[in-house]
Design a protein around this ligand. Structure first.
Ligand code: PAF
Length: 278
């Protein structure tokens, strides 16, 4: 496995591939778990797979966990090697933001970024789309994998790729869960023992809400309100719990087949997000 620690090294490696060699890509921020390995597996069958590890400062708000975000490079490299990754791109912040984050050209996707995590974390998706557009431009993959746990991120990236005519197919990889149902996330490591024991209730409530919405059809508002009460009474601080259509994130006041329950909630200082298709 090649470790490409600079933009030049990445570009040289990419240029060394024959034009007909297929390249798959899994962008990450490191602290890898089984969900990330699924991204690698999803695009590995199709040829050379490149992963990137870059904790992207532009997608963190001023009051968020950029400094505390776990950096576990050696362990991550071992996992990527075992998964059959051909190359890992670990750029420096200066490689990605040569004039600093605030002076960098940004990519904004309108509409889809105004709701859910976009409303709670202003500027977050601008950071995601800016870095992902750059990474796709540098790595030039045929296909790039993103996890369905971050469904809003997937929709935003798909729109960006279409709008900017980026020649990469976006593959959506199903959420990987712990045996108790909690969606795998690098942030689960922040949970205390007690919080970790409580956390699966978040995923279960989303699952139950999706089931009840499917059954009740029109009474979405009541079912959602009840889901929020269950979470609040159990110690979660609910950021949002909403039924939205998966094609444009519009509010699902009446049900159709492309509806999901989207949720975000704090357990202590840890923010969990998840979604369940209705
Ligand atoms: O999903 C993530 O880990 C990040 O948002 C991504 C896509 C690697 C961009 O920094």
């Amino acid at each position: 496995m090649e470790i490409l620690r600079s933009l030049d090294a990445m570009r040289e490696w990419r240029a060394s591939l024959a034009p007909d060699q297929h390249v798959g890509f899994a962008p990450t921020m490191g602290n890898l778990h089984a969900g990330h390995i699924q991204l690698i597996n999803a695009v590995k069958q199709q040829g050379n797979v490149v992963a990137s590890i870059f904790v992207n400062p532009m997608q963190f708000g001023g009051n968020e966990d950029l400094d505390a975000y776990p950096r576990t490079l050696e362990a991550d490299l071992a996992k990527l090697e075992a998964a059959g990754t051909a190359a890992v791109f670990t750029p420096t912040t200066t490689d990605i933001y040569p004039d600093g984050v605030s002076q960098h050209t940004a990519v904004d996707v309108p509409g889809l970024t105004d709701v859910l995590c976009g409303a709670s974390r202003p500027g977050h998706f601008r950071g995601v789309t800016t870095v992902v557009s750059k990474l796709l431009g540098i790595v030039r993959p045929h296909v790039a994998a993103f996890g369905a746990k971050d469904l809003q991120q997937v929709l935003v990236i798909k729109k960006m790729v279409r709008d900017l005519s980026i020649n990469t197919e976006i593959e959506v990889v199903p959420t990987v869960r712990e045996p108790d149902g909690l969606a795998m996330s690098s942030r689960n490591g922040y949970l205390s023992r007690d919080e970790r024991a409580l956390a699966p209730l978040f995923s279960r409530t989303l699952e139950e809400t999706a089931k009840r919405v499917a059954e009740s059809g029109s009474d979405i508002g009541t079912v959602i309100a009840e889901g929020k009460v269950i979470l609040s009474n159990s110690g979660f601080v609910v950021d949002y719990l909403e039924a939205r259509h998966t094609y444009d994130l519009s509010e699902a006041s009446s049900l159709n087949q492309e509806t999901a329950i989207f949720g975000a909630a704090f357990l202590g200082t840890t923010r969990l997000i998840d979604n369940r298709i209705v």
